[in-house]
Ligand binder design. Structure first.
Ligand SMILES: [Zn+2]
Length: 125
């Protein structure tokens, strides 16, 4: 028995695999074992190479966010736009100090300098 399994393993080619349940030799793409009918577990890399998932483009526009920050950033419009409501409220509360305007100006520069990919990662959805 042990010898038989060793012999099978030795003849196992790169496109073959052993049945998860009965150790019969199957094609790597086989989903069901023809011998015992057991569904084979998905082997990472053996069947499908999962493509590197691209970052889904943000539904928000980087340009809009940048323009909001530049023109209306002092009252936190870009923060509301980017879904950071709490931050937006802080900007509104402190807009009279003009500090939010200063921060928003810097954020506008950061937004304009950011790649679309980085933007989508930072502000998903
Ligand atoms: Zn089997």
């Amino acid at each position: 028995m042990a010898y038989r399994l060793e012999a099978e393993a030795a003849t196992l080619g790169p496109s073959k695999k052993h049945c998860f349940a009965c150790a019969a030799i199957l094609d790597v793409r086989a989903e069901l074992c023809p011998k015992c009918g057991v569904r084979q577990p998905v082997m990472p890399g053996a069947i499908t190479v999962v493509p590197v998932t691209a970052v889904a483009p943000s539904t928000r526009s980087k340009t809009s966010a940048g323009l909001f920050a530049l023109l209306l950033g002092g009252i936190g419009v870009h923060k509301f736009y980017l879904g950071q409501t709490a931050a937006g409220v802080m900007y509104l509360l402190f807009c009279w100090t003009l500090i939010p305007s200063l921060i928003a100006f810097i954020e506008a520069l950061v937004l304009f300098g950011m790649s679309d990919d980085a933007f989508a990662r930072k502000y998903p959805g």
